[in-house]
Structures are given as C-alpha cells and as structure tokens.
Design a protein around this ligand. Structure first.
Ligand code: DQA
Length: 141
C-alpha cells in the first residue's frame, strides 16, 4: 500500500471560508474524505500548519518512509528557501500543488522557491489539483 502525505501550509486551514471566489466553498477535510474514498488502496495522510518550521519538520518526518509528498506550501511557496532545502533533503518525491492558477494572479505569486526541488507542479484545477497529484505519484498519469 502506497503512503502519500498531503501537507498544507498557511491559511489553508480556512479553505471553504477563505476567499471562496478564489479557493471555493469546500473545506479541505470534506474534500479529503472523498479523496480517500477514491483511493482505497492508498494511505493518504494529512498535515496542515501555519508555521514554516512545522512544515519542514513534517517533511523530515515522512520524507524517508513515505512514497510521496503533495505539498501546497501556500504563501511560503513564494518565500521559503528552507522548504526547498527540506524537500531536497528527503528521498520521497514531492509534487507542488496550488488550488488557484498562480500565474493568472499577482506577480509575486509567479515565482516559486520550491518548484525546482519538486518532481512536478500542478496548479489551477481547484481542489482537483490534489487528486491529479495523487495520480502522478501512483504512476497512472
Ligand atoms: C495557493 C496560492 C498561493 O499563492 C497562496 O499564497 C495560497 C494558496 C493556492 O493553493 O492556490 O495560500 O498555494
């Protein structure tokens, strides 16, 4: 059974209530229940934190034993060299995910410090971006 960890960064605990015109009306917990049902043969772990160090620690904790990491680092995507280094420090492949199409948004969202450390990037498909990342990690793409 493949083990994949979904890691969400700052402000993503507010999904469903935060800027619903950009991020939708659904909570992540609600979406995750459905995602887990779609992949009964995959162990989908979930971790969210608003703190950069906690995200780094989680990457260290799962990155040596899990088969993959799906990382939506939120705004730390655009600021964090430390997250880049954490992804590179562990053998598990990471997929960078964004709900919104960051390239259609403000200029400061166009640069990612973590893309170069990741296996690939999926953005702009709403919450379905996470499912597409699962597909990429289980090799059915
Ligand atoms: C986001 C895009 C980021 O620019 C933003 O800071 C977020 C969410 C997304 O999923 O679209 O918090 O990562």
């Amino acid at each position: 059974m493949k083990r994949i960890e979904i890691i969400n960064g700052p402000n993503l605990n507010l999904l469903g209530r935060r800027e619903p015109d950009v991020y939708g009306h659904r909570s992540f917990e609600d979406y995750l229940t459905e995602l887990r049902q779609q992949y009964p043969d995959v162990e989908l772990g979930y971790f969210q934190s608003n703190h950069e160090g906690d995200l780094i620690q989680r990457i260290h904790d799962v990155g040596f034993s899990y088969d993959g990491i799906i990382l939506n680092a939120g705004a730390y995507t655009h600021t964090s060299i430390a997250l880049h280094d954490a992804i590179k420090a562990v053998p598990a492949p990471a997929i960078e995910v964004h709900i919104s199409n960051v390239h259609q948004r403000e200029d400061f969202r166009h640069h990612s410090f973590i893309s170069a450390a990741c296996r690939g990037v999926i953005c702009g498909f709403g919450l379905d971006s996470y499912r597409l990342a699962v597909e990429a990690l289980i090799g059915r793409q």
